[in-house]
Design a protein around this ligand. Structure first.
Ligand code: SF4
Length: 342
């Protein structure tokens, strides 16, 4: 049994930032991460919107913070069972370890929508239909190639895959994919200046600082083409490119275009850990995201004493929002632990 002041479930950016802030305030923190590596989805990012900062810089800074003597990181450690034991939270892991602390922070993050559920888009059928995460890996290598070896002349990005979608039951907006598509379309032009880039959207949502400017720049400097319309069908051409059917809903023109690569901007869903632990703790809210006590008044609190929430386990957030939320959660936990001593 490992006893600490705070147990953090989830070693993504939110969990790590909370752990660091608490450790700096003198608390012993254990971070339980089910994967081999900490930093979560940041491990799959090449550059970050809206300023193209290299994701590895942010990752390294986060990993450096984890050398704090008050933090212990437990990789490959999945929280399976959580129970409240008088005034403490007990966590049992898949490998049979046990942890205990007066405060528990759920920072179990998100998962990306699985585009196989949108079979009309051909993901898993045609190799050149890829996800935004796979495209990010290509950018990381500095090489955007078709799996069939053709020169890449035309790339399409499709927004709202698995978000704002009645059919898959996700009515909400994932908030980050519009700006990410803008960022990735610019990355595409930097690697392949001769290629034509198209971005298919329902609405363009540019609510963050410098997002609108980047959207304009993508058109004025990088000549990215934006088409308001959904892709209705993807089929292969004889030379293994992609034949895409859609409608430009602004000009009400049906279109058929051939692309070398189609990038699906997959939305954010509650992670499997968020769903499983949320249900176990009876704090699952809309779309299985964890439900905070009050959005405006107590967003880091759950309905249970000593159980706190941070980051995208609650809803889609950008990275800076998740990190800021994590610092806020650490502040609330600090206040809570002080009241226990009084
Ligand atoms: S951020 Fe843009 S792409 Fe993502 S769900 Fe919202 S509208 Fe769609």
């Amino acid at each position: 049994m490992t006893a600490v002041d705070v147990l953090v479930i989830g070693g993504g950016p939110a969990g790590l930032e909370s752990a660091y802030s608490l450790a700096n305030n003198g608390y012993d923190v254990a971070v339980l991460e089910k994967e081999k590596n900490i930093c979560g989805h940041l491990n799959q990012a090449h550059s970050l919107f809206p300023n193209f900062q290299n994701a590895s810089e942010v990752r390294s800074a986060m990993i450096d913070k984890m050398t704090h003597p008050k933090i212990s990181i437990h990789n490959d450690t999945e929280a399976i069972r959580i129970k409240r034991d008088i005034d403490k939270w007990g966590v049992e892991t898949g490998s049979g370890k046990e942890f205990m602390a007066p405060a528990l922070l759920l920072a179990t993050g998100f998962k990306s929508f699985d585009p196989k559920y949108k079979e009309e888009l051909g993901y898993g059928i045609y190799d050149n239909v890829i996800t935004t995460t796979q495209f990010e890996a290509m950018c990381q290598k500095g090489s955007i190639v078709s799996p069939h070896g053709q020169k890449v002349k035309r790339i399409a990005f499709l927004n709202c895959v698995g978000s704002r979608d009645e059919k898959v039951g996700n009515h909400y907006c994932s908030r980050v994919c519009c700006i990410n598509a803008v960022k990735q379309s610019i990355e595409a032009k930097k690697v392949l200046p001769e290629a034509d880039i198209y971005c298919f959207y329902m609405d363009i949502r540019m609510a963050g600082q410098f997002y609108e400017e980047l959207y304009r720049k993508s058109q004025e400097v990088y000549n990215v083409n934006y088409i308001r319309g959904r892709i209705s069908e993807v089929s292969p051409t004889i030379d293994k490119r992609l034949h895409v059917k859609c409608e430009d809903t602004l000009s009400q023109t049906p279109m058929k275009i051939t692309f070398d690569i189609l990038v699906l901007m997959t939305g954010i869903e509650a992670s499997l850990g968020t769903v499983a632990l949320g249900q176990q703790l009876n704090i699952s809210g809309e779309y299985n995201f964890a439900k905070s006590l009050s959005l405006h008044m107590a967003d880091n609190y759950s309905s249970h004493k000593g159980l706190f929430l941070a980051g995208t386990c609650k809803r889609p957030l950008t990275l800076p929002e998740a990190v800021a939320d994590a610092r806020s959660a650490a502040g609330e936990i600090k206040n809570y632990l002080k009241t226990l001593k009084q």
